[in-house]
Design a protein. Sequence first.
Length: 137
Amino acid sequence: MYYEEKQQNLFKVHDSFHLAHCISRDCKMGAGIAVLFERQFNLRETLLAQKRSNPDCIRVGRVFNLITKERYWHKPTIDSVREAVEKMKEVAVQEGIKKIAMPCIASGLDRLDWNEVRAMVIEVFNDTNIHIFVCRK
């Protein structure tokens, strides 16, 4: 695994990266970076048409949608985020995806401690050769 974190606009990363972000099972995507994902990739309709559980990871095109909570107003736990990240890892390994870029997931509006989330992401992907690139504001 290769981990990199720097200040950069997530939507300006090279197209060779898949992108990841956290959403709720209800797919509202009405606040935070999820709004930008929806504007850029029109994800909501596709996600609503699919069976979703919580936690889960649903890939739409080059976007990993990490479902970490039931409703948009709920807050995820580090365990629900871990389960979604583990599912993302499974999909990435199965599909040969080598590069994933993400914001500081679950630590903005969801209010988890980024240091704890970072450590978990590194732990989950540690045994892979996947490049994780975190774009900070």
